[in-house]
Each structure stands twice: as C-alpha cells, then as structure tokens.
Design a protein around this ligand. Structure first.
Ligand code: PLP
Length: 441
C-alpha cells in the first residue's frame, strides 16, 4: 500500500508542505531543501508564494528565453490541445512538420532534417548515436569544461563533477578547450589560447587514434561551465582538424541556442559548419519539454536506407511542437533575438563591466547577448575562487532585494530572458551592485 491520502488532505492547498512530503528533487541531498513556492510569472518577473514579484536573472535553467507566460505561446499550446493532444511519432502531423521546418531554417545551409527528443540530454544522446553509426567509430571527444545532460552517454561526455558518479558509458575522452582567464596552456592572449588549444586537441586525437573517433562534441558557448566565449577562430580550427581525420563535429546549442547569445544559434557568430546540431531549452522556452537533433544532409541521408536505432514515445509531441511553432514565430515577429543582442551590447556588457571597476572581488566579466558570467575571486592576482559561503550570501542578498541570481561555483551567471527591457536589465544590475557591496565584494 502507498501512503495514507487523508494525511495529504490536510496539506492539499500548501505547495511547500506537499513538496517536502512527496517531491524528490534533482541534484540535491533532500533533507535540508527549502524550495521557494512560485505561483505565476510574466515576462522577466516571477510571483512567489509570499506575494513578492521577483526579477529573474536566471531564466531558470537558462531556458525561458521568451519569458514567462508569453500569450502567443500559451495560445499556440491551447490551440494544439484542442486539436490533438497526442499522437505517436510515426504519423505526419502539421505542428511537427512546421516545428521541424522552423528549427531547421535557423541552422546553416544543408541542414534539413530534425529528430525531436524530449530535452537536451537525449538530443545529445541521439547526436552521438548518429555520429557513431555514420562513422562506424566509437569514441566521442568532449571538453572538461562542459555539460551535455544527465543520461547515459551525455553525462559521460560531460566534463564537470556530475560525470564522476554517473560515468558508466564507454568511449568518452576529454580534453581542454580555451579559457584564457584560467588558461591550461599558459597563454596570455586569445590568439595564443586558441592556437595552443587547437594543438592540444590535435595531439589528443593523434594519441587516441583518429580512426577510433566518431565525433568532437562541443557547446558553442560552454554554459554551465562558466559562459566561456570561445576565441573567434577556435571552431574554424576544430573544423579543419576534424575534417582532416574524418571526424564529425557536433555542436551543442542546447543552452546557447535560440537567442541567448544575441544570435539564433551561437554558432552564427563563428565561421564554421558542424555536421550535427543539438538543441532544446530555448526552442520553446520549456513551455512543453522538447529538444532535438538537426542533421546535415550527409548524416540524415546515411539513414535513408539504414534503420536509425533510436526513438522515443514522445518524439515530436504535438503540444511541444505547438509550443515550438508559436515560440519561433513570436521570437521572429517581436525581434526577440535582436533585443538580446542589443541588451548585451548596450546594457549588460557596459554595466557589468562597470561593476568590475568598482568591486575588487570580480575577477572577470565575460559574455554576450543575455549570457554573462561574473567570475568572483578572493584575490585578483591569485585568481583564487571566492568562497562558497560568500557566493551563497550573494544569492541571499539578491533574494532579499527581489533579484533571482544564478550562482555556479564562484561565478554569478547573469542570464535573464531574451525579452528583458533595458530598464529591467539596468534595475537588475543596480541590485547586483548593492548585493556585491552587502556581501563585501
Ligand atoms: N546541453 C547543454 C549545453 C546544457 O546546458 C544542458 C542543460 O543544462 C543539456 C545539454 C541537457 O539538457 P536537459 O536538461 O534538457 O536534458
């Protein structure tokens, strides 16, 4: 028998108590969790259970690019719900076809086919699967500074601590990607960092054996790892090396895609074309979970007569597809990607840089669009990361002042929805300024 439901009757209207009684949360030890109740939202604002309106500088998991409760997306989901809530992946369905077409047209020329998944991890799972089947090779090379999702191969491809307790998939090799602020290559300029990182990658490929490697999988901007903007020529160099050895290139646009960097895809700001692109989050801002893989024509055609051994009950789920269509259309009509670009260039970039001049515990400010990291250090010379207690205090001080801040290790990630206005962004940075002063930074 399960638990006694009559106990729940007493707490039926209490989100917090029900959560603590029955919800098991991701990535946490459960005992001391203290989740905040969220009731609703609009634009860049969330309404908490205690009635407070909070300015969201996180976009949750950096996915709510279009902001909360966008009326056109709600309408798109409603219309699709009235027409057809669910249908299996084998059928043709208008919302699915339209969603595929709208997503594929944001990719470079020659990317026409989309395989839909439920989210970003399974997008990468299937991107790696396609690359392995296409090349007949096994290994996937990825960065130590990356996150690709929490399923079998995706978590083994991940570089950070989350891989270690989950590392059961074979054929994953890691290498270092450019990060000038903490250079693995003793570089002092972006050019040096780029050149040395490329030489390092080629050595790793040679030592691993090029004919064992299916793909190099890279985030177009490593996100969770620190919003580390790669040097201008890095991907072009990776493309040359991978071509030389017959290795595919998979670009993970799950976090950086759909406006986050001020471009539809972050790769648009670089001069290269990968073979496979994975996406999720911003494609419909998570209004209904969805992700997918966009395949270049050679990869897609490889499976014209060979079975692709991958599938999901909800691949191309109509409600998720309706949300993608409405999101993509609204983002275009309302110039939301341009807004993200301008906010980055004219507001967040200059204003966060001004905070660097004022607060000695800021080690570096980097980013573009609505995708910024403020890296906090105990000392600018040693670059020793700021301690966890102060980082926690920063979140708490933000919370007191109505600002939701995302902190990852010693970094504050400033990643508001792409729809944020200049006034709202300025308001948030002003609060961040007060927060840093209050935390003694
Ligand atoms: N890839 C990147 C770059 C991500 O940032 C994430 C999630 O944060 C994922 C993949 C996994 O996506 P999901 O959590 O939707 O499975």
């Amino acid at each position: 028998m399960g638990h006694d439901l009559s106990q729940d009757a007493e707490i039926w209207d209490d989100a917090y108590k029900l959560d603590r009684a029955h919800v098991f949360h991701s990535w946490h030890a459960q005992r001391n969790l203290d989740p905040t109740e969220v009731v609703t939202g609009h634009g860049v604002w969330l309404k908490y259970g205690d009635g407070r309106e909070m300015l969201d500088f996180t976009s949750q998991q950096v996915n709510v690019n279009i902001g909360y409760q966008h009326p056109k997306v709600i309408e798109g989901i409603k219309k699709q719900a009235e027409l057809l809530c669910t249908i299996g992946p084998d059928y043709a369905n208008l919302a699915r076809g339209r969603a595929a077409s709208l997503v594929a047209r944001r990719a470079p020329e020659g990317f026409d086919k989309v395989f839909f998944t439920n989210a970003g991890a399974d997008a990468n799972e299937n991107a790696m699967r396609a690359a392995r089947l296409f090349t007949g090779r096994d290994k996937i090379l990825s960065s130590y500074r990356c996150y690709h999702g929490n399923t079998g191969a995706a978590i083994s491809a991940t570089g950070d601590w989350r891989r270690k307790p989950n590392d059961y998939s074979r054929g994953h090799v890691h290498f270092f990607t450019p990060y000038l602020y903490r250079s693995e290559f003793s570089a002092t300029t972006q050019e040096e960092e780029c050149e040395r990182a490329l030489a390092h990658l080629e050595h790793v490929i040679q030592f691993e054996g090029p004919d064992t490697i299916a793909a190099v999988l890279l985030e177009s901007v490593p996100g969770t790892a620190g919003i580390i903007i790669p040097p201008k020529d890095y991907f072009k160099g990776v493309r040359e090396i991978t071509k030389k050895y017959g290795i595919l290139m998979i670009t993970d646009e799950v976090m950086a895609g759909f406006g986050r960097t001020g471009f539809w895809f972050a790769l648009d700001d670089y001069d290269y074309t990968p073979d496979i692109i994975s996406f999720a989050k911003g494609c419909n801002s998570g209004y209904v979970p969805a992700g997918g893989v966009i395949m270049s024509d050679p990869v897609a055609h490889h499976f014209d007569d060979i079975v692709f051994p991958g599938g999901l009950t909800y691949s191309g789920h109509p409600l998720a597809m309706g949300a993608i269509v409405a999101t993509q259309e609204a983002m275009e009509e309302e110039h939301i990607v341009d807004n993200a670009y301008t906010i980055g260039k004219d507001v967040l970039g200059p204003q966060l840089t001004a905070l660097y001049d004022k607060h000695p515990k800021i080690g570096e400010v980097r980013g573009k669009g609505v995708f910024w990291a403020v890296e906090m250090v105990a000392d600018r010379t040693t670059k020793e990361p700021l301690d966890d207690a102060t980082m926690k205090q920063i979140v708490a001080e933000g919370n007191k002042r109505g600002l939701i801040l995302g902190v990852h290790n010693n970094r504050i990630h400033v990643t508001p929805p792409c729809v944020i206005s200049a006034d709202e962004a300025t308001q948030g940075v002003k609060i961040l300024d007060q927060v840093l002063t209050a935390a003694g930074c």
